[in-house]
Design a protein around this ligand. Structure first.
Ligand code: TXE
Length: 478
């Protein structure tokens, strides 16, 4: 029998004995992998206090020194890449190839944010007065609480920690209760470096307990959260009494617009990848398609063939696959229910449409639904699974209007050979990101941010980095 590891919270560079009451299971076969703590109120207090205690000295160091620690951690991540990828696949369910990409991208992201150390800039402003200088300084906020989802759990540690640390903040991370193992393994790597105690801390637990304690705490200066709209809204309420600054990435319902002049082969490939990669559990990937009538039959046929060809199952047991399971039973039930409701409203199953018969894991068949309408829940709510609903439109105008008619506004994509159609769509789509003729994955030097309920603020690049600072304007009259 495999040994079940009991992980412990990481506070001030020490693994603190705690009651490991949360079970972590492999979503591909429901086997128990580890037990992790539900951090107590005292432990959350201790983690925030450690981060607060460390912050002033950390911020006083030259930025290039802080960046050096990020580079050391990146190098340790690379040295352990294969082991980490296997752990991520085991607890999250993504295929190994994608887990490897996640691990390497995480290391690259730490290095990328480290590069900003010599590029952090303030401003010198023109004064209205004689003999006065006005300086705009950028300063760290203080203590950051990073609350993570489970879909890219390892990368999200770096996406929050790297900009926080290089700008002089300290951080307390709460991983998702679904995928905490990789975060504790990351903490083990941090513990092998000489990062000062308190700069990086991990407390594990559920949202209702540890998440609430962190977000209500007056000692937290920024809550950086990635997850669902409902939880984002609860976090805003928890943050309200302290007016705590928020950075929220709350998912999407990305429209893909396929015009009659599109390279259909490319569109089918990219949209399939969107629904198959990470089992469709990606905030920026295509969740609904608007296809022009002239090419609709052809597109739907090719999409169905492409989705039906997906090799899926248990990634560690079955080897080379395209897709693993959904994260848990609740996710499987939600996807199955959404498909049932859609077919009840007249959507037609072109391929898939059912829970897969694959043992104890949470597997759903790659599914294409045609004949969808804009009033159906499947075209409006986040599916977060391998299901693609398709609606036929008459032209680009209709597609843009339907795409914008959503409470989400994170990403969008357009497939066309017409430069003017692409430019018009880019101007008129009210989203944080638009991808033209390419897969839906952002670059680390971009800015990942959403309109409407998709969030507040954003991540990555210069603009993401400065979310972890506040400005201080100094007027010097000489
Ligand atoms: O997310 P939650 P869930 C969407 C996706 C998915 C749905 C539900 O549609 O099907 O959300 O997923 C912590 N105070 N996304 O339930 O609840 C929780 O412990 C503080 C989109 O897993 O948002 C976990 O660490 N924290 C998304 C984190 O919030 C709380 C990625 C995310 O959990 C809390 C994931 C509270 N009151 C899901 N309640 C994206 N943007 O990509 C929960 N948490």
């Amino acid at each position: 029998m495999t040994e079940i590891i009991h992980y412990q919270n990481f506070i001030a560079n020490a693994f603190v004995p705690s009651d490991p009451s949360i079970e972590v299971r492999n979503p591909a076969n429901n086997q128990l992998l580890a037990r992790v703590p539900e951090a107590s109120g005292e432990q959350v207090e201790a983690a925030i206090a450690a981060a607060r205690h460390a912050q002033k000295n950390w911020a006083a160091r030259p930025a290039i020194e802080r960046a050096g620690y990020l580079r050391k951690i990146a190098s340790k991540v690379r040295d352990n890449a294969e082991r980490l990828a296997h752990l991520i696949t085991a607890e999250q369910g993504k295929v190994l190839g994608l887990a490897r990409v996640e691990v390497n991208f995480t290391a690259d992201y730490l290095d990328y944010m480290a590069e900003w150390a010599r590029r952090l800039e303030g401003e010198v402003l023109t004064s209205d007065r004689v003999g006065e200088n006005i300086f705009l300084l950028r300063k760290p906020l203080g203590v950051v609480a990073g609350i993570l989802p489970w879909n890219f759990p390892f990368f999200l540690i770096a996406r929050k920690m790297a900009p926080a640390l290089v700008t002089g903040n300290t951080i307390v991370i709460k991983p998702s209760e679904e995928t905490p193992i990789n975060c504790f393994e990351f903490a083990r790597l941090v513990a092998e470096t000489d990062l000062p105690p308190g700069v990086f801390n991990v407390v594990s637990g559920t949202g209702a307990t540890v998440g609430q304690r962190l977000t209500r705490h007056a000692g937290v200066d920024l809550i950086s959260f990635t997850g669902s709209v409902d939880t984002g809204s609860r976090i805003m309420a928890a943050a309200a009494p302290n007016i705590t600054k928020l950075n929220l990435e709350l998912g999407g319902k990305a429209p893909a617009i396929v015009l009659a002049d599109a390279d259909l082969e490319l569109a089918v490939k990219a949209v399939t990848a969107s629904r198959v990669i990470n089992t469709g559990q990606v905030c920026n990937c295509a969740e609904r398609v608007y296809v022009e009538r002239k090419v609709a039959d052809q597109f739907i046929e090719q999409m169905a063939a492409s989705m039906a060809a997906t090799r899926y199952g248990d990634p560690l047991a079955e080897g080379d696959l395209d897709m693993g399971p959904l994260i848990n039973q609740a996710a499987l039930d939600k996807v199955a229910q959404m498909v049932r409701t859609a077919t009840g409203q007249g959507a037609e199953v072109v391929t898939g449409g059912a829970v897969a018969d694959k043992g104890a894991g949470f597997h759903y068949q790659p599914t294409v639904l045609a004949g969808c309408g804009s009033d159906m829940a499947i075209m409006r709510q986040e599916i977060f699974g391998p299901v693609l609903p398709i609606q036929i439109v008459e032209d680009l105008d209709e597609a843009i209007a339907l795409a914008n008619d959503s409470e989400y506004g994170l990403t969008s994509s357009v497939y066309t050979r017409s430069l003017s159609a692409a430019m018009r769509a880019s101007n008129e789509l009210d989203f944080g990101e638009t991808y033209i003729n390419r897969e839906n994955f952002e670059a680390m030097q971009g800015f990942h941010a959403g309109a409407r309920k998709s969030g507040i603020g954003g991540a990555d690049g210069k603009h993401g980095l400065y979310e972890y600072t506040h400005t201080h304007v100094v007027y010097i009259q000489i």
